[in-house]
Structures are given as structure tokens and as C-alpha cells.
Design a protein around this ligand. Structure first.
Ligand code: IPD
Ligand code: CA
Ligand code: CA
Ligand code: CA
Length: 268
């Protein structure tokens, strides 16, 4: 294994590549975009641009960081030989992208020795870029983020999202009917990476979702944590497919307790 690189160096690379991928997607969105439904369910759509974006990211990483590993939603999966692995959602918020809603992003995280140390969530149609390095803070377009100061669930605007299979959605809907009366309101904005960044920036007070994959939460999870939020699951573990919660310290416990009231309803 070669010398491990500085997180700031990895962040610069992630930023450069996220901007290039963002340009490709924004340009592509000017034309006709067709949805393919070959993924896990009819609601789980993918476009040729999801794949083109991942191919661009893979090509650029190979040029700038040969030998690094890469995990991407559209099929990239290599461990690499350098101790660095990139975790990439080449287009987070595909359904928004398809409908010309602006909430979509390129999400790129760099993991060193198994720990995410740098992350970028770049949202071209919003004109916004979120960044973080481990221990170096979180930023929106260069401005430091610190999350919400709301301390009660009743005063909390909570973002969430839904998976693609009917069984998961049925379970998530059941949980939601119990959460809605207990919080200020719910938002379903359609891109997990940006939901985590919204929580980091206090645009919402908290976020939770079941069923996220590493590419959904790797960069946004670091950004939320670096903004001072607690990011994890119900049992004190890290963000995972089972559950990802991002909330200010004072809200995390009450939100986790509320979600834990309905464990059976949220199983599939
Ligand atoms: C999806 C979005 C959505 C979330 C889903 C994700 P994709 O990612 O982030 O907000 O609710 O769980 O799968 O498929 O648009 O990259
Ligand atoms: Ca997808
Ligand atoms: Ca995603
Ligand atoms: Ca995606």
C-alpha cells in the first residue's frame, strides 16, 4: 500500500470530477431523457445518463488516482490496491432528474482504510455544492454548516425517503402515518444525499430513511456529521441500510425512540 493521501487532496479530486459529471448531466437534461425500468421494481428507474455519469467518474478516477477502488450504484465495484476507495452515486435523485425537478446531485466520497474522509454532494440545478473532510468541517458553497437548533420533535421538520419495492414502501408508509402527527411536518425531496446535506445546513431539522446504500449516504453522512449532527442507526451503530438517521444531538434520541416504537412495521 502506498502512502495514504491527505483528505484535502481527495476532496479536490472529488470536486473536480463531480463538477464534470454535473456538467454532463445538466447538458444531457437539455435533451430527451428516457427512463428504463430494468432495476428492482417498476418505480426504480435508471437512465442512460446515470450510467454515462458513472463511466465519466470511473474514467477520471482511473486517470487521476490509478489503483484506487470504486463502488458505484451503476455497477462499479473494485477494492483497489492503494487503501483508497471511492463511493459514488453518479446521479442521486434520478426521478427528480427525469421530471426536471432540480433536486438531484452527484455524490462522491473518498474512503481511506475503510473510513470516509472526504465527501462532495454537487447539485448543478440548485447551483449548490456541499463539501466536507473528516475533522475539517462541512460547507455549502464555502460557508460553514452547523445544522438546526430545534430540540423538540413537535417543532421538527423531518425529511425522509422511500425505497423502491412495494413491500418496503408499504412498511415505510405505515411508519410515516405514526410519525406525521408527532412532528412539525415531513418532506420527501427525492435525493438522499441532498436530504443529509439539508439536515447539515438546517434546511430541515432532521432526516431518516431505511434502505439506503453506501453511495446514498457516504458523502452526505460525512457532511452531516461534520456539521455537528449525530448520524447513525437505532442502536448506536453507523448509518446503514437498516436505518440512517441524521439529527442534531438533542433530536436524535427522541427521533430514534419514535422510530423504534414501530420496528415491526418497518421490516420487510
Ligand atoms: C434514491 C434517492 C431517494 C431515496 C432512495 C434512493 P437514486 O436514489 O436518493 O431520495 O429515497 O432511497 O435510492 O436511485 O435516485 O440514486
Ligand atoms: Ca437509482
Ligand atoms: Ca441514490
Ligand atoms: Ca443514483
Amino acid at each position: 500500500m502506498s502512502d495514504l493521501p491527505d483528505p484535502d487532496v481527495l476532496l479536490d479530486i472529488a470536486l473536480t470530477i463531480a463538477r464534470e459529471a454535473g456538467e454532463l448531466l445538466a447538458r444531457g437534461r437539455e435533451g430527451v431523457v428516457a427512463a428504463e425500468t430494468t432495476k428492482s421494481s417498476p418505480t426504480d428507474v435508471v437512465t442512460a445518463l446515470d450510467r454515462a455519469s458513472e463511466a465519466l467518474v470511473a474514467r477520471q478516477l482511473d486517470e487521476l488516482r490509478p489503483g484506487d477502488g470504486l463502488l458505484g450504484e451503476e455497477g462499479s465495484d473494485s477494492a483497489g490496491s492503494t487503501g483508497v476507495r471511492w463511493i459514488v452515486d453518479p446521479l442521486d435523485g434520478t426521478v427528480n432528474f427525469l421530471y426536471r425537478l432540480p433536486n438531484w446531485a452527484v455524490s462522491i466520497a473518498a474512503e481511506v482504510a475503510g473510513e470516509v474522509v472526504a465527501g462532495v454532494v454537487h447539485a448543478p440545478a440548485l447551483g449548490t455544492t456541499y463539501t466536507a473532510t473528516r475533522g475539517g468541517g462541512a460547507f455549502r458553497d464555502g460557508v460553514a454548516l452547523s445544522g438546526s437548533e430545534v430540540t423538540t420533535l413537535g417543532g421538527a421538520l423531518v425529511a425522509t425517503g422511500f425505497g423502491y419495492t412495494v413491500s418496503r414502501r408499504t412498511a415505510q408508509a405505515a411508519v410515516l402515518t405514526r410519525v406525521v402527527p408527532r412532528v412539525r411536518d415531513i418532506r420527501r425531496m427525492g435525493a438522499a444525499s441532498l436530504d443529509l446535506c439539508a439536515a447539515a445546513g438546517g434546511i430541515v431539522d432532521a432526516y431518516y430513511e431505511r434502505g439506503l446504500k453506501p453511495w446514498d449516504h457516504a458523502a452526505g453522512g460525512l457532511i452531516a456529521a461534520e456539521a455537528g449532527l449525530r448520524v447513525g442507526d437505532l442502536r448506536g451503530g453507523p448509518a446503514s441500510e437498516e436505518l440512517t438517521i441524521a439529527a442534531p444531538q438533542a433530536l436524535f434520541g427522541p427521533l430514534a425512540a419514535l422510530l423504534a416504537e414501530h420496528p415491526a412495521a418497518d421490516r420487510d
